[in-house]
Design a binder for this molecule. Structure first.
Ligand code: KG4
Ligand code: ZN
Length: 355
């Protein structure tokens, strides 16, 4: 099965082609590829949004409209396949920004209609967590998933392909959003997570600031990052008042902020393992690209005999590969009808999937 995956829920226009036959050859060790992805293109809108310090939804939709056709074309050329060979078009139906989702849904419907093949609108966060199965095909359900992106932070028990139980989630900002906002306050750019990570690596005084680890003194698996953000802002204001807010100071605050976020996530995942007894943990979404988070989780491996699965870096942030692969898994279970409906779900819980 050859599946075209389209992702446009936020600020990346991303397209990929998944070929199940290639995946089979990979599992036999007779393909030069690592997985079934034969074409993979990501157009990032960072330069459009960076001057605003965050994603501007209207600009995002316009850019998706302008780029989507070229991104699909590039992906087809990279894979050296004709569009006539495609069996299914999977696209992100939600959650995400309404305008971007509409662009993806409309493009998918038009493209698939022209070819007489079905479309399948998939859940963005489910796609993020299934990126781990794309990278590790032997990974079995059930597994705990930490989904940490710019829009969501949640701890989920993935019971089967279509059954997810949310064990905890952020009561305010998502982890990625908090990192982005801290980076904005520190004036180190957008998108903040990766830049904050780089800045933290340059810290020469790791003890200079200590921020509270949010929600770790309370039971349960919910998360909250707004208090941490306020602590960060207070520290910045105090340093500015003292005229000591320089490059060194930025790096030291970035270190302390990142440490507090990642340590909190580690403590919550440790609890999730203890609470569920499940020792397989997938970490997905843009923040899973963070090296400190990966290091911290590796410390839990030995103690809990837990297995951690991180998708490869290019499948951590928004991408079309995860959408194409999820489309393949869902269609293998139940082949979608051809209805070419333009349908998006900007707010859609993982607990309410209906394919
Ligand atoms: O999954 P994603 O690409 O888009 C959403 O669905 O939101 O996640 C984007 C988020 C942003 O907040 C970005 O700052 C964060 O992932 N991010 C990182 C890193 N790379 C991206 N956070 C921490 N460390 C990174 N290396
Ligand atoms: Zn995402």
């Amino acid at each position: 099965m050859l599946v075209l995956g389209i992702e446009s829920s936020c600020d990346e226009t991303a397209v990929a082609l998944f070929d199940s036959e290639q995946q089979r050859l990979c599992s036999l060790g007779v393909s030069y590829l690592h997985d079934g992805i034969i074409g993979h293109t990501v157009h990032s809108q960072t330069t459009t949004h960076e001057k605003y310090g965050g994603v501007v939804p209207e600009l995002a939709s316009r850019d998706h409209i302008q780029k989507i056709h070229a991104v699909v074309q590039t992906t087809l050329e990279e894979a050296s396949v004709s569009k006539k060979d495609i069996d299914l078009v999977a696209y992100t139906k939600g959650p995400g920004l309404m305008g971007g989702l509409f662009v993806g849904s409309m493009f998918a419907a038009g493209f698939a209609y022209g070819l007489g093949i079905p479309t399948l609108g998939v859940h963005h966060m489910q796609a993020h967590l299934m990126a781990a199965k794309l990278c590790y095909p032997k990974l079995e359900f059930p597994f705990i998933t930490l989904l940490v992106s710019g829009g969501h932070s949640m701890i989920v028990l993935a019971e089967s392909l279509n059954s997810y139980r949310i064990l905890g989630q952020s009561l305010d900002d998502a982890a990625g959003e908090a990192l982005d906002k801290a980076a904005k306050m520190l004036e180190i750019g957008f998108p903040g997570g990766a830049l904050l990570e780089k800045s933290a690596l340059l810290s020469n005084n790791k003890q200079r600031f200590t921020f509270p680890k949010p929600m770790v003194d309370r039971p349960g698996l919910d998360l909250s990052f707004s208090g941490l953000k306020t602590a960060c802002l207070n520290a910045i204001n105090a340093e500015k008042k003292n005229e000591t807010f320089d490059k060194e100071c930025v790096n030291d605050i970035a270190y302390a902020f990142q440490e507090a976020v990642m340590q909190t996530l580690k403590i919550k995942i440790r609890r999730a393992i203890e609470q569920t007894g499940c020792k397989r943990v997938v970490v997905a979404g843009g923040v899973s690209a963070n090296q400190l988070l990966r290091f911290k989780f590796s410390e839990l491996k030995a103690k809990y005999k837990a297995e951690f699965y991180f998708p490869k870096l290019s499948y951590c942030t928004d991408n079309g590969a995860m959408v194409a692969y999820l489309g393949y898994e869902l269609a293998s279970n139940k082949w979608p009808e051809k209805n070419y409906e333009i349908s998006v779900s900007p707010r859609w819980s993982l607990e309410h999937l209906s394919y």
